[in-house]
Design a binder for this molecule. Structure first.
Ligand SMILES: C[S@@+](CC[C@H](N)C(=O)[O-])C[C@H]1O[C@@H](n2cnc3c(N)ncnc32)[C@H](O)[C@@H]1O
Length: 290
């Protein structure tokens, strides 16, 4: 798939797939343009990432403009994170400028979902607390699945964690009435009407992985289930709103957003991902990063 023109975001325009390095795309996007940002970043950031030694100074006058973890300044928190050893310093150095953009790009009623696993979640939580402020932390969603080998030497790890932050805790959009409901674990205890209606999901979501033989499978190795994204997009955006995923992979966020009448920008630098997205969303134009 050869990308067409360089991408230029038009808030009045239509959805787009963008092929290229996400940081160069993020730099061109206007503030507060997106109601929902979903990110599923790779843990392995690759050796082609240049380790950052300088960054945007958010505590220029020695005070820090966001008081994060335990009241310590943004700079202090990030300094501590960086001392954790090389792989995390690299990982956080890769994520930090992108998460700063995510914060800038969220509308006042916007929400960020960051999909991680047990290896990174604690470090990224502290980084996000520093960027957003702890008051903007909304949820830690546990997506539990049951597939694959089971270690006999420890508890088999069968969940991912999705951290949820809002731009403004007094103004964010969240429509719990619109999301799919779940069966009660003990329907006999709640009566037939309630049992038939099901219950509101909690912060623990049981959902199968994308079946290796099912219709949903695109062949992209890290594809996430549409069912998980459907719940996120339904709760945290409205029809017509803009949704952004700049680690888009197979384009699950775009596919679900299109199905639910949201507009989206999906960015990925891997040509295979762009091919899969194009097959999945044939009506969405593909641009290259500016
Ligand atoms: C874990 S996958 C996302 C999978 C996706 N959620 C799905 O359902 O298919 C992460 C993606 O981020 C992309 N990626 C990693 N670093 C990137 C960068 N700097 N710019 C753009 N894309 C990047 C990778 O190519 C990969 O497709």
């Amino acid at each position: 798939m050869t990308a067409r023109a360089p991408f230029a975001f038009d808030p009045e325009g239509a959805s787009a797939i963008v092929a290229g390095e996400n940081l160069t795309v993020l730099e061109t996007l206007p503030d507060e343009s997106f109601t929902l940002i979903y990110l599923d970043p790779p843990f392995n950031t690759g050796r082609d990432q240049v380790r950052r030694t300088t960054r945007a100074v958010h505590a220029a006058n020695g005070e820090g403009d966001r008081v994060g973890f335990a009241g310590r300044s943004y700079e202090t928190v990030l300094g501590t994170l960086r001392s954790y050893g090389d792989s995390f310093a690299d990982y956080l150095g890769f994520l930090e400028p992108r998460l700063l953009h995510a914060h800038r790009l969220l509308a006042q009623d916007g929400t960020l979902y960051v999909h991680l696993d047990y290896r990174e979640v604690h470090y990224v939580k502290i980084l996000l607390d520093a960027i957003f402020g702890r008051a903007c932390f909304l949820n830690e969603i546990v997506w539990a699945y049951d597939f694959g080998a089971r270690s006999l030497k420890r508890w088999p790890a069968k969940h991912d964690t999705i951290l949820v932050y809002v731009k403004d805790p007094s103004a964010y959009h969240f429509d719990s009435t619109a999301v799919d409901r779940e069966p009660y674990m003990a329907p006999g205890l709640v009566g037939p009407a309630k049992a038939a209606r099901g219950k509101l999901p909690t912060d623990v979501w049981w959902h199968t992985i994308v079946s290796p033989t099912g219709k949903e499978k695109t062949g992209y190795p890290t594809q996430k289930p549409a069912g998980v994204l459907r719940r996120i997009v339904t709760a945290s955006s409205r029809p017509g709103d803009w949704v952004l995923d700049f680690f888009a992979g197979s384009g699950t966020t775009g596919a679900v957003s299109a199905e639910l009448g949201r507009r989206f920008v999906c960015v990925d630098r891997n040509p295979e991902a762009v091919d899969v997205m194009h097959r999945r969303l044939p009506d969405t134009p593909v641009y290259r990063a500016p």
